[in-house]
Ligand binder design. Sequence first.
Ligand code: C2O
Ligand code: CU
Length: 591
Amino acid sequence: MTEVSRRARRFRDIFTPLPVKPIGDPALAHKKAPDSLNNHKYPAIIRRKKLCMLGIDSLNTRRAFIHQSSIAAAAIASRVFFHTMRGEATPLAPTLDPNSLARFVDPLPLPMVAQPQGNRAVPGKPAERAPFYRVPMCSITTKLHRDLPPTNLWSYGGSVPGVMFDTRSEQGLFVEWVNQLPAKHFLPIDYSLHGAERGTPEVRSVVHLHGGKTPPESDGYPEDWYVPGQSRTYYYPNQQDAAQLWYHDHAMGINRLNIYGGLFGLHVIRDKAEQQLQLPEGKYEVPLVLFDRHLGLDGQLRYPVSADPAHPWIPEVLGEVPLVNGKIFPYLEVEPRKYRFRVLNASNGRMYRLSFPEGVEVHQIGTDQGLLPAPVQVSRILLAPAERVDLVIDFGPHPGTEVLFSDEAFTLMQFRVSAPPVSDPSVLPATLRPVPRIAESAAVKTRFFTLDELKKGMSASNGMLLNKTRWHMPITERPVLDTTEIWEFANLTDDVHPIHLHMVRFQILDRRQFDAFQYMSTGKLRYRDSPTPPDPNEMGWKDTVRVNGQTVTRIIVPFGGYPGRYVWHCHNLEHEDNEMMRPYEVVASGS
Ligand code: C2O
Ligand code: CU
């Protein structure tokens, strides 16, 4: 290991310690037919003001919280060095040290709920109508902290996170996603990445509903991007169980920048079974969207780059500044009773290790794809990018106190528990819903994939691959609709890669360490231990799975839903944008 890569490793370890195990001895150019729903030209400028009025800063509209303060006192420069795995270290312009900011001075903002604008006939069922929403993507400025000047961000509907969809299972909905973004990007594009070549429009966008069982034409295929002034209308059937999904940008080659810029939001699906459980609801159910950013002293986003101007891509972005629902160190006033917190990791690359102070009882009731079979008491929660956890926390025993919610690397926010006793009709049920384990014998096929790091020289990373295959190579995975498969991911790298499959939900079978060095030199798979079952809080339906370094992780996937072309990828957005993504196609049986 060179000194630089050792330092790179150390830098990363500070933020996301990885299980470091010593290694033993040493697409397809597709063209889609124009869809009649789509390619609708939108009068970009005229509608812009009106459409983006939607959000502004949801905090300001919720509570008239006005406080002026000088940033000069608070902003103390910190200097961050990015040791890229290409082997160079690039100083990022002085960045804001979050420790210089006052804590818990901003109330936690809550995303605004999207409101439908009429309805439309359901595709294939002209007699049925479904609500129609229109959401603009636009450039906004918003305050991330009381003492910072407003920050430029890109938003769905006027806030970051964007407007929240609060929907019901079985009730489909249309969303017209209107690209009203500026013509120039505000973050550094790497033109050497596939799909982001010079000549391609700089600002491109396409929306994907993460965790949605969505027909392919509405799934937001990475190459189906469109430019400012255009829109697409997608239909989400919502034929799936209650869960907290999220939507975000998926444009080929710049996805990491668009999401870093703020293009993500929540999509909650509710159903009867869940409602009957009497979980905390209404103002006692609170979404917590976690993300991290680098900010300049001017409060503006900084996206780190490598020292090579021709290849600015770097393999991992871990922001210094933690945000919850778009605020730095917010607080939330709560009553001494049970709350439901629905947590999403919307970070580009950070894996959180979440915790509450000792003595505060935390139960996890759900995973990415909805409720667990039964609540699981948790103390530390690992949350990789794109994963979600659904928590019930009882502040009942802690009246009149302040409770911190933290990650290993930093404090995230504060809960202020009021003192007077309140009644709490909500319930933490002993059982939630059945999640029958799928027998391995149900699988008609097992596929084995490696997760690889592309090396450039001895230590420099040039990107990651799935099964040593680049994005544009022909489709190799064609599961048959309504059959079940086992997918095995052998991670040859030392990093955790959160692997996500579109359209489906799956269960984790097990994880097992293996000798990656031997595999790479001889092709032999030698396990180092026996298989470990998923953690108790992973025993529900998932759509994203942590694949640990030098470990084979197995999942079992029923490919129910719709035939057509989808993608699967690593949800570390820097990896995803640089070839760690592949198309796959669900084929109708008998075809
Ligand atoms: Cu959040 Cu392709 O996914
Ligand atoms: Cu990855």
